[in-house]
Design a protein. Sequence first.
Length: 227
Amino acid sequence: MTVIAVRWYFRFSLSLRDVEELLLERGVVVTYETVRCWCDKFGAEFARCVKAARPRPGSIWHLDEMFVTLRGEPYLLWRAVDEHGAELDVLVQKRRDKAAAKRFFLRVLRSNPVPNKIVTDQLRSYPAAKADIPELAQVKHVFVKAAARVNNRAENSHQPTRRRERQMCGFRDPQRTQAFLSCFGPIRQHFALPRHQMNAACHRAVLQERFAKWHGWTVADTVETVV
C-alpha cells in the first residue's frame, strides 16, 4: 500500500489526512505522518524513474516563473517544459535576477540535452544568464510578450501547481516546497494523460501500462516492508 499511497498523494489533490482516510477504508491503519514519511522517502525515487522512462525531451525549452508565497515572503518558482508540455525541471528561488536565471539554466542542463531553441518572456535575466553559459551560446532565444500569450506552453504548466497550492492552503517551507514540486510534476504527468486526444478504450489501455510501469519500479524488499 505504500506505493499506492505515494501515487495518490502526488497524482490527486489529496491531503495527507485524505490519504490516511482512504487507506483506513481499505483496512490499512497508518497516521498521516507515516504517509508523509513515505512520500518524502520514495517520492523523489519515483520521480526519477518517471523521467528516466520518458521519451527524449523535445528540442524547445519554454521557461517561465510564477510567484508563490512561503511563510509570508514572495518567492519565484522557475519552471521549464518542452514543446510537448513535459516538465523538465522546477526551482524555487528568492530572486529573479541574472544569478537566479543562470542557476536555473544550469540545473535544467544537468538532466536534459542542449535545446535548439529557448522561449521565454522578456525578463532580461534570461539573456544575461544565457550569455554566461557556453552550452547555450548558439541556442536561438525567442522572446514573447506575456500579453500575447505565445508562451502558453509554459504558462499553462503552472495551473496544476496553482490548484495544488489552493488545496494545500498555500506552500510554506521553501525546501519542502522544492522537494514536493520536484516529485509532483513528473508523477502527475505520468498518469494525467491527454484524454481529448484518445478514446476511452485507448485511455484505459495506456493508463494500465502506466500502472504496470509504476508498480514495476517498486523495490519490493525495500518499499513494501515499510508497511
